[in-house]
Design a protein around this ligand. Structure first.
Ligand SMILES: Cc1cc2nc3c(=O)[nH]c(=O)nc-3n(C[C@H](O)[C@H](O)[C@H](O)COP(=O)(O)OP(=O)(O)OC[C@H]3O[C@@H](n4cnc5c(N)ncnc54)[C@H](O)[C@@H]3O)c2cc1C
Length: 298
């Protein structure tokens, strides 16, 4: 099948890119190996998407999809498996048809590494979270556990210490991996408590949500939320050896251009300091604009 622009991944970045590109008059195919919406489908309540006081991730995903389709985007449930470039055309092998196109917008997202302990899946969205900006404000004045010892864990523990009454950082090593300056700030806060050389054995709760965590030394900490920052895995294996990656994240400039002319990346999969719905959607719009400029100069 042929199209002007192929969008790989239909989360907020991909659907925004596809909508912008189709509205600009391009023949756009958007594919997703699972379902349109991406991580939006896992968000119970989203309070920080501009223009909405509060909505469910599912309903926001439906609106993203409806709008893209109304602009003429064709959506297929195909996964991208391999990308090649021959001259000025891309050939993308998918689980459906082979696609030949002029530009590709890669927006396959990322997933948060899980602890894998009992209670983690059960209480996700009811106290277990992987995003402080997204869910921190739901726990104002409450006790919060943070798991991890890298820059994200320390930065987000500092952020959460302004919201929660107490923040308990649980880290499996006896030293943090995060920057010294962040470590010093964390240690200087009187409502942040450190639990080093320990991991979470189990997350406990009831029908209202998280109540406590049991640590590997058998102790139990009473908390209302557990924020887990033990790594993020970009869905970029398709681009390995094809475009420049940094720790698996696709390297882009501020126009979302990658190291391969005509290949753009948007959203959580790219090197970006902030991973949110609004930033993903913004990246998608910028990628569509850059793809338009690229095709016009072919
Ligand atoms: C539980 C939870 C709560 C969150 N809460 C908030 C919040 O309150 N506010 C906020 O702003 N953000 C929140 N986020 C983060 C936000 O959802 C993400 O930053 C955003 O969805 C990223 O959009 P994206 O389009 O880059 O990627 P994704 O949403 O991850 O979408 C990527 C899509 O690509 C598809 N895909 C992957 N690989 C392939 C392939 N090879 N071929 C085809 N398709 C592929 C996937 O199936 C997926 O549908 C939350 C995330 C989670 C998990």
């Amino acid at each position: 099948m042929e199209c002007d622009i192929l969008v790989i991944g239909c989360g907020p970045a991909g659907l925004s890119a596809a909508g912008y590109a189709a509205r600009a008059g391009y023949n756009v195919l958007a594919i997703d190996s699972l379902a349109p919406g991406g991580q939006l489908l896992y968000i119970d309540e989203i309070e920080n998407y501009p223009g909405y006081e509060s909505t469910s991730g599912y309903s926001l995903a439906e609106n993203f999809e409806k709008q893209a389709v109304s602009f003429g985007v064709r959506i297929e449930f195909w996964g991208a498996e391999k990308i090649e470039k021959n001259g000025d055309r891309f050939k993308v092998m998918t689980t459906g048809e082979e696609v030949v196109c002029k530009a590709v917008i890669f927006s396959s997202g990322a997933s948060h590494r899980h602890l894998g302990c009992p209670g983690e899946e059960e209480y996700q969205g009811r106290g277990v979270s992987y995003c402080a900006t997204c869910d921190g404000p739901f726990f104002r004045g409450r006790k919060i556990a943070v798991v991890g010892g890298g820059d994200t864990a320390l930065t987000d523990a500092l952020y959460l210490s302004k919201i929660g009454s107490e923040v308990h950082i649980i880290h499996r090593r006896n030293e943090f991996r995060g920057q010294k300056v962040l470590q010093n700030r964390v240690r200087a806060k009187d409502n942040i408590f450190l639990h080093l050389s320990l991991n979470v054995e189990r997350i406990n709760g009831d029908d209202k949500g998280v109540k406590s965590v049991t640590l590997t030394d058998g102790s139990e900490l009473d908390v209302d939320a557990v924020f887990i920052f033990v790594g993020i895995i970009p869905n970029s294996s398709v681009l390995e050896g094809f475009a420049d990656l940094d720790h698996g994240f696709v390297v882009t400039d501020s126009h979302m251009r990658t190291s391969v002319p005509g290949l753009f990346a948007a959203g959580d999969v790219r090197t970006t300091p902030f991973r949110q719905v609004v930033t993903a959607a913004g990246d998608g719009a910028a990628a569509a604009h850059a793809a338009d400029e690229y095709i016009q100069n072919l």
